[in-house]
Ligand binder design. Sequence first.
Ligand SMILES: *Cc1c(COP(=O)(O)O)cnc(C)c1O
Length: 360
Amino acid sequence: MSYAGVVPTPSPFEISVDLYSDTVSRPTAGMRAAMMDAPVGDEQKGEDPSTNELTELARQLLGKNAAVFLPSGTMCNQISYAIHCRPGDEILVDDTAHALHYEGGGPAALAGALLTPITADHGVFTAEELDKAIRPPGRHAPRSRLVSIEQTSNLGGGRCWTLDEITTVTDTAKGHGLQCHMDGARLLNAVVATGVSAREFCEPFDSVWLDLSKGLGAPFGAILAGDVDFIEEAWRLKQRWGGALRQSGIVAAAGTYALRHHVDRLADDHDHARALAEAISTHPRVSLDPARVQTNIVIFDLIGTRTSPADLADRLLRETGIRIGAFGPSTLRALTHLDVTSSDIHTAGKAICALLDVVE
Ligand SMILES: *Cc1c(COP(=O)(O)O)cnc(C)c1O
């Protein structure tokens, strides 16, 4: 797969069903009401009650000693990497990792760290593969310092790490003296899909975060959690990098609302993703195993057509108003979220198949 997504320019077309990403989800009426009513203060002084409420709720959910609100998941990764690593250290990630492909080279620019990709199966690597990748101590090699995994794996098609996979990989990392970080952008999708609690998934990690702006529907924001010293350091970098906020309670209230009202319903998104996968996988020009769709991400490949994914996505948008993402020479991606109904999914499945019938 190539990781070059479509350049994010604003769409000139009317979008009827947006499956481009779960980040396109909009705040619901209930969420907007909670934002209107949020008590606020100066966040960086610790005086914003709504942000404090959110971080405490998320801290308990993730089972850590401390937590901090940050403007984005990207900042959670970058702050964590900079705390765990010194310049020249190495971070081991799966070969599709968001931090490797979509964070503007942040680990190199900000932590001075090297990201080494491990060839993985749908974003998940084994303890043996990690063990092979960790470098023995020595003067010549970079120091392997951190293992960073994604729950769920975004470019792995929303694949969940099982608790057993997490335990064996983090045990191996710790056996070599490495720290462990979880990019939990869609952690709660994994929780809903597997029935394993967030606390259990997070327990082996030194740092964890979850995104409020993906399928949870908040406008932006993420919660980073870890032990007290780690979060104290995170506050220093949040301040240094311009992420310390003022009346952030307006947005934090959306996050609290999302954690209270939008978690269980992620199961609907998973049903919708599976239904879309089933609908399009019957088409002879689609390569996709619907049984692999565990959460809200559907990644599929085109076969037996001269049409590129970018052209297909473009025509789909122009002709039907349905937007999906295109990656590289053969891959397309659709995500479900709280603004997508089962009737939207029905329409999208039909439209994708109809277009594939007529393209070259
Ligand atoms: C979206 C995403 C991020 C970045 O989160 P933002 O809040 O958009 O900065 C990081 N990791 C993964 C796996 C993601 O899907």
